[in-house]
Write a protein that binds this ligand. Structure first.
Ligand SMILES: [Zn+2]
Length: 286
């Protein structure tokens, strides 16, 4: 790594895998981080760019990534970067925290973007009952609109679920879930994982599964069959152990993957192979 403040690169994987959820725009400073957002500020201060992020990831076996939108600007930016880079795919959506901005005009533009070839997901959408930046009513209305966009465009639905597990499952069942549903940065326990398995929903595990105090996430990972597992960074946020407090990036995926493999009692390369196959079932042919 060029900057001493950034985490060292882990041992490369022998089998390629991908990052199902990151925010390239925040990492590269396309979107200036707020003063309280320490990891994003550190990522931006490192002067990284999309090409460098992809090269550093590729060097450890992380050959593709999905950059995820959270408002109109990040969705438009992600769709454009996905058109420009072979190994980048995009998700487009209005985040539940921004649900008040999900006007009919904005949602129409999200749907237009979702129809693009290089855009493979409608997300992140869902419900956030931890931050009440948007009312629960606005969040549910926006979530339902995104569910319909995912169904009409045939793209995967990528869900942000923060302290709203039961409500998210209720809305999905009530609205009728799209063919492919992914719980991003899966945060439920083993019981929730069983409900996801029953419904055929994918669980995308992130850095917190490596945290000492997150035994419930490892219990959930034990329940999740490899065929329904994905791995992600949510970079620049949620770096895996031992890099908490530092900026996350796709090249740190091997740390989270190895933790998951240990939990599953699997060889890391075998789990990487299964997750990579899941990628094409979730996001379509690469
Ligand atoms: Zn995210």
């Amino acid at each position: 790594m060029t900057s001493p403040s950034l985490p060292a690169a882990p041992e490369p994987l022998a089998t390629e895998v991908f990052d199902s959820h990151c925010h390239l725009d925040i990492m590269v400073g396309e979107r200036k981080a707020s003063s309280g957002d320490q990891v994003a500020l550190a990522a931006q201060a490192s002067g990284t760019g999309v090409g460098k992020i992809l090269a550093e990831a590729r060097a450890v076996g992380v050959t593709r990534l999905v950059t995820i939108g959270y408002d109109l600007r990040s969705s438009q930016w992600g769709a454009r970067v996905a058109r420009e880079h072979d190994d980048v795919y995009a998700g487009v959506a209005i985040h539940p925290n921004e649900a008040h901005a999900a006007t009919p005009e904005t949602l129409a533009e999200i749907e237009r973007l979702a129809g693009e070839t290089r855009v493979r997901a409608v997300g992140e959408t869902g419900l956030d009952h931890f931050r009440d930046w948007a009312s629960h009513e606005d969040q549910e209305a926006s979530f339902r609109a995104h569910i319909e966009i995912a169904k009409r465009t045939g793209k995967a639905l990528v869900i942000h679920d923060r302290d709203a597990h039961d409500e998210v499952l209720r809305v999905l069942a009530d609205a009728g879930a799209p063919d492919v549903v992914v719980f991003h940065s899966y945060s439920g326990d083993a019981d929730m994982a069983r409900r996801c398995v029953d419904a055929g929903y994918f669980m995308s595990f992130s850095g917190p599964v490596t945290y000492k105090n997150a035994g419930y996430l490892r219990e959930a990972a034990q329940v999740a069959p490899p065929e329904l597992m994905l791995v992600e960074t949510d970079a620049p946020y949620l770096p895996p152990t031992p890099h908490r407090g530092k900026p996350n990036a796709p090249y740190l995926i091997p740390l989270t993957l190895r933790c998951l493999a240990e939990v599953k009692g699997m060889d890391a390369d075998e789990l990487a192979r299964v997750i990579n196959e899941n990628g094409e079932r979730v996001f379509g042919a690469w």
